[in-house]
Write a protein that binds this ligand. Structure first.
Ligand code: ADP
Ligand code: MG
Length: 162
């Protein structure tokens, strides 16, 4: 079995997306980083909103395209939501993103591949693809022992498949 994945999750509706977000939220801890990619409309923000709900964020989580970074208070952990679509790499480098990645909360980055050089080595990459009006294929690639262990466990539990 290849622990590095990619692992698949087929979402057949927002309910499934919320389920996956909930399974991941159970494992998130300070300094966890989720790096999301996928075309416009693939569901990155929808997944982010589901993750925020699972973390107990009560505020409404919007697309942070114009604000770049928004911080929310979850039940136990802060949630840092980023959308780097409009940033150049030098602009992103100026923001000191490491303070978030290494902070007390959970960071989720939309359009992560645009700032790949700035991402921490240890992270969970999540690629979303449109496969039908209500259907999205999630592909998870863990980078680092911690994330590999999460994915292996979720695979054993039947949530993810290889
Ligand atoms: N299974 C699903 N998972 C996530 N989003 C879905 C799903 N089915 C339909 N959608 C819809 O797809 C749209 C995704 O938009 P959004 O999350 O803003 O995409 P992105 O942030 O990737 O550009 C939302 O309107 C959401 O309700
Ligand atoms: Mg979005």
């Amino acid at each position: 079995m290849d622990g590095n994945g990619p692992y698949s999750f087929m979402s057949r509706g927002l309910y499934d997306t919320a389920f996956l977000a909930g399974e991941l939220a159970k494992r998130l801890e300070p300094g966890s980083v989720l790096a999301l990619d996928g075309d416009l409309g693939a569901g990155k923000t929808a997944f982010s909103q589901a993750l925020a709900v699972a973390l107990g964020v009560e505020e409404l989580v919007n697309s942070p395209t114009f604000t770049i970074i928004k911080e929310y208070e979850g039940r136990e952990l802060p949630f840092y939501h980023m959308d780097v679509y409009r940033l150049s790499l030098p602009e992103a480098a100026e923001l000191g993103l490491d303070d978030y990645f290494e902070g007390d909360g959970v960071t989720l980055v939309e359009w992560a591949e645009l700032i790949e050089e700035l991402l921490p080595e240890e992270r969970l990459s999540v690629h979303l693809a449109y496969t039908g009006p209500e259907e999205r294929l999630f592909r998870l690639t863990p980078h680092g022992e911690k994330y590999i262990a999460w994915c292996e466990e979720l695979n054993r539990n039947g949530v993810l498949s290889l």
